[in-house]
Design a protein around this ligand. Structure first.
Ligand SMILES: Nc1ncnc2c1ncn2[C@@H]1O[C@H](COP(=O)(O)OP(=O)(O)OP(=O)(O)O)[C@@H](O)[C@H]1O
Ligand SMILES: [Mg+2]
Length: 365
């Protein structure tokens, strides 16, 4: 079980003071436009990842005319012997404080490690159509939870890459730029290995959930992984060396793990070209469910799923299907909607319904 049992927000957007005892399964958050539904989902995502999915500006998150916002969650995890963790995040304009069980922690990953959260919003289909960054984040989410070595490795790699790019921009001598190459290449190859491994494990789950959500699709789905350098590269270090003048011209390192991507294919065709907009959304649902299922299998802990504005995402039939799958996976889910009637509530005795009005939230009986 991984479950947020209590969620508190202070001065987070229009939510001045919110305290919720969340249910273990469906939490339906109902309210008119501008009530504060997305803000609630955003707060959980911020606690789990350190980022908002709507803004990069901290001042947007803090209630107007206030100095700071706080998100706090009591989390229960562990199977037969559940443990409770208290996770907290306070943001001021130029400062973030993280707390875990009453102690300050310096790294967001310590919170993230305990709070595996997935997010589906009306923007989620962009995972398929926009640049590779979102797809790298998607696979790196899985690598983070599955391989403990992955996160420190990726952080070191990014730090080394920033130094190399800085040296390129400063037009430092070739020898100084290349000081970084051995380390970057070695780390890139390790990162590559973890990502390939992860996608290989994920693909059967992806096919299962694509079948469940889109039985009309006859083709099987493949995740075609791209490392971030040409396929026929024998020696990445040689490629780095050969590419030095080009790198210097453009002022950054053109090949490496920071350029990795995934192409989702239905037989030979790119998924994005073969699917309707609705199917693209279902495909993203299948990706998240596949991740959730694999995560549960590896860590024995379910994820928590945040779904913003579900009716905007899927039609009635597919909303029902998605809710059945979430129920089957026994995942705590927070779903926002403008109307309760648009969401099929499978187990009314286990569901909690929350009414949001102008940043205030009350449980409905
Ligand atoms: N920093 C802030 N301080 C105070 N209020 C804010 C702040 N940022 C946003 N708001 C307000 O919070 C309200 C809630 O926004 P939110 O996006 O959470 O609504 P919502 O319920 O998801 O609406 P919709 O159904 O339209 O998506 C809006 O009226 C917005 O103007
Ligand atoms: Mg909203």
């Amino acid at each position: 079980m991984t479950q947020i049992s209590r969620l508190s927000l202070q001065n987070f957007r229009n939510c001045r003071q919110v305290d919720l005892d969340l249910g273990a399964q469906l939490n339906l958050i109902v309210g008119d436009n501008a009530a504060g539904k997305t803000s609630l989902i955003e707060a959980v995502w911020l606690l789990a990842t350190g980022r908002s999915f709507r803004t990069q500006k901290v001042q947007h998150l803090i209630e107007h005319e206030q100095a700071q916002c706080t998100v706090f969650a009591k989390l229960i995890s562990g199977g037969d012997h559940p443990v409770e963790h208290r996770l907290g995040l306070t943001k001021q304009l130029h400062n973030t404080q993280l707390r875990l069980n009453g102690e300050s922690v310096s790294s967001q990953s310590e919170i993230a490690q305990r709070l595996p959260v997935q997010l589906l919003t009306p923007e989620s289909h962009k995972l398929l159509e926009e640049g590779p960054k979102a797809r790298r984040r998607f696979m790196d989410w899985g690598c983070f939870y599955q391989f403990p070595e992955f996160h420190p490795l990726w952080r070191h790699y990014k730090r080394g890459l920033a130094q190399r790019n800085h040296a390129l921009k400063q037009k430092l001598p070739q020898s100084q730029v290349q000081l970084w190459d051995d380390m970057l290449v070695s780390q890139a190859l390790q990162i590559d290995h973890y990502r390939q491994d992860y996608l290989q494990q994920l693909t059967p789950y992806l096919n299962t959930f694509c079948d469940a959500l889109m039985p009309e699709l006859k083709q099987s789905v493949a995740c075609q992984y791209r490392a971030g350098w040409p396929k026929n590269t024998d020696n990445l270090l040689t490629l780095f060396r050969q590419n030095f003048s080009k790198d210097r011209q453009v002022g950054h390192t053109q090949y490496g793990a920071h350029r990795a991507d995934i192409r989702f294919k239905l037989d030979q065709q790119e998924a994005i070209h073969g699917l309707s907009r609705g199917q693209q959304k279902l495909f993203v649902c299948a990706l998240l469910l596949a991740q959730a299922c694999l995560h549960e299998k590896i860590s024995r802990e379910p994820v928590i799923m945040l779904i913003d504005d579900l009716p905007a995402e899927l039609d009635e039939k597919h909303r029902l299907k998605l809710l059945e799958l979430l129920d089957m996976l026994n995942i705590q889910h927070l779903i926002t909607t403008t109307s309760k009637d648009l969401i099929p509530i499978l187990k009314p005795d286990q569901a909690r319904i929350w009414q949001v009005t102008s940043g205030q939230i009350h449980k409905q009986d």
